[in-house]
Design a protein around this ligand. Sequence first.
Ligand code: ZN
Length: 194
Amino acid sequence: MMSTSSNNAVTFTPSTKAAFLQYLRENPTNRRITQTDKDSLIEWLTNPHKRPTSQKEFSRRNYIWKTFTWDEKTQNLFAVAKPDEEKDRKVVTEDTIADVVECVHEGNKHGGWDATWKDISSSCYGILRSDVIHLLKQCQTCALNPSKRPKGSAATMGSSQPMDHEFLDFLNTGDVQYDISAWDAQENGEHSGE
Ligand SMILES: [Zn+2]
């Protein structure tokens, strides 16, 4: 019996997440990363004996070397920061997009589309803006708070859900330290992420 679920709105219901996975399957793009993609990237980055067998593969390998980095210590795959970006971004595979968006969205106290996209795009690789919007439209908490405006209304949040602890645990998985304070600091601004 889960009696606590009656009053506490979840961000994304299990059916929302299932529907989102279906949506991903129906709208494939090489800008997202599947688990298979990720395994392949890690292979190219970590196996010095793996050799390209064609010009195409040679180009792909060089692109991968330039674009991604494998953190041996934390066992995490990152997209290397471009000159105009602050930091490397963690590669997020398709199957965890909904969970990551949920955590970030809860972490910024149900910020709006722009704020949540900014937080996502500055720290994660492999999530599209349209994915974020698709999911945020399904957020149960935002749906139950019609007074909630997309931006700058974090202070009105009265939730007693113990989300912060879980949020931190999630972000600290693999000893990766995210700059959470920076995420909370800004509400506006554009980021033309992937
Ligand atoms: Zn929300």
